[in-house]
Design a protein around this ligand. Sequence first.
Ligand SMILES: Cc1cc2nc3c(=O)[nH]c(=O)nc-3n(C[C@H](O)[C@H](O)[C@H](O)COP(=O)(O)O)c2cc1C
Length: 171
Amino acid sequence: MESFEQLCQRRRSIRKYTDRPVEQEKIDYMLRCALMSPSAKRTCPWEFIVTHDEAKLRPLAGCRTYGSQMFNTAKAAIIIALDPTLCDNTWMADGAIAAEHILLAAAEQGIGACWCHVYEREGAPELTRTLFGIPEDKVVLCAIALGYPDEDRSSYDLSRLKYEKIHNEQW
Ligand SMILES: Cc1cc2nc3c(=O)[nH]c(=O)nc-3n(C[C@H](O)[C@H](O)[C@H](O)COP(=O)(O)O)c2cc1C
């Protein structure tokens, strides 16, 4: 059985997807994992919008001039929006943890995924808000593109990790 470390090694951002649809059960699994993510004071400030609709996915590819091309082939997406009034400056951390649970749960199930940053990126928040009817009082953090991988990405090499980032006892 794959260990958690092996899953972390294997998870890479996948930006090209085949035509095979992503099963709703696999997305439900990712969402259950997201709903179990930690949040400050258990405020759970996140909301998850799921789409399989290509009429919404394809316009997302143009939400930014660069960095959103994965939506040209994505078969599904989970958009993460948050209520910033529920927590004290922790909404982005809470949203990022939920997103990472989704990314790892996708990889575990053989689904390619990639975070597309929306928050404060060109017109991305406005487009996403319009496409999915997200209320003005919520912040849109990211849209996670999903699909069966149509590209090979190599796993992380444990011998080449940035171990110099680790400080023992003192900087
Ligand atoms: C906060 C955050 C924002 C990101 N935004 C984008 C993005 O807008 N477009 C994109 O293609 N990838 C985006 N990524 C994916 C990163 O580029 C990717 O995680 C990084 O290059 C490491 O590659 P890996 O995920 O394959 O390990 C983002 C990742 C994070 C954590």
